[in-house]
Design a protein around this ligand. Structure first.
Ligand SMILES: [Zn+2]
Ligand SMILES: [Zn+2]
Length: 88
């Protein structure tokens, strides 16, 4: 008979295998872009696989985690604000 700790470890292992990189993302790996930003050219970021992916859906075809489609951080906003401020 399994004790509770063993059952918990098995559950944890099963769960983590659902949300981990299986190497499939290598087939979807996006190439570097020139000029346009990665997000602007339709590439999406997977936080689990830690790479940019080119695919139609919003979910990673490799790990099943939701893909990031927009850049985060203040730099982009600051650039817009600076451009607006520089205009006459
Ligand atoms: Zn992956
Ligand atoms: Zn992924």
């Amino acid at each position: 008979m399994l004790n509770i700790v063993t059952q918990w470890i098995i559950l944890l292992a099963a769960h983590s295998s659902l949300m981990s990189c299986r190497g499939i993302c290598e087939d979807y790996r996006a190439t570097k872009t020139r000029g346009l930003g990665r997000y602007a050219s339709g590439q999406k970021r997977c936080q689990i696989c830690d790479l940019f992916i080119m695919c139609d859906g919003n979910v990673c075809p490799c790990c099943g985690y939701r893909l990031r489609t927009k850049p985060r951080g203040q730099k982009y906003k600051q650039r817009i604000r600076a451009a607006a401020g520089a205009a006459p």
